[in-house]
Write a protein that binds this ligand. Structure first.
Ligand SMILES: [Zn+2]
Length: 136
């Protein structure tokens, strides 16, 4: 399945505008493309108690999964403090959530600073030997 990376990055940038990050000021947006071509986006949502904080990537995944999506193609992630965009890689917890629902060799993670400046990794590259109970 081919898809438009720039369009997915644009959706992530849009989601980032909704980030709730009063403690870190590190605003993150993510846009998750399902294999049915639908896009679910998410932002990071911080909390005064820190522990309840949720990452943009998991916000996007949980939104998609709760709408019945189970198969995914790619996720675009954009982040940075204020307007200083920097390469924002998914944390270990988010990588493990991706492992649960995605084919590690096929699922693509787009780490973007802008529509023009981005890198693409497979989940297998970012989470080698990831834990799973699923049979291949
Ligand atoms: Zn995370």
């Amino acid at each position: 399945m081919d898809y438009d990376k720039k369009e997915l990055i644009r959706e992530a940038l849009k989601a980032r505008t909704f980030a709730y990050a009063p403690y870190s000021q590190f605003l993150v947006g993510a846009a998750l493309l399902a294999k049915d071509a639908s896009v679910s986006s998410g932002c990071n949502i911080e909390n005064a108690a820190y522990g309840p904080t949720n990452c943009a990537e998991r916000t996007a995944f949980f939104q998609a999964i709760s709408k019945g999506k189970r198969e995914f193609r790619a996720i675009a992630i954009v982040g940075g403090k204020n307007n200083e965009m920097e390469d924002t890689f998914p944390c270990g917890v988010c990588r493990q959530v991706m492992q649960e629902f995605c084919d590690p060799e096929e699922f693509e993670i787009i780490v973007a600073k802008s529509e023009e400046e981005f890198q693409v990794f497979t989940l297998a590259a970012l989470l080698p030997h990831g834990f799973t109970l699923k049979k291949e």
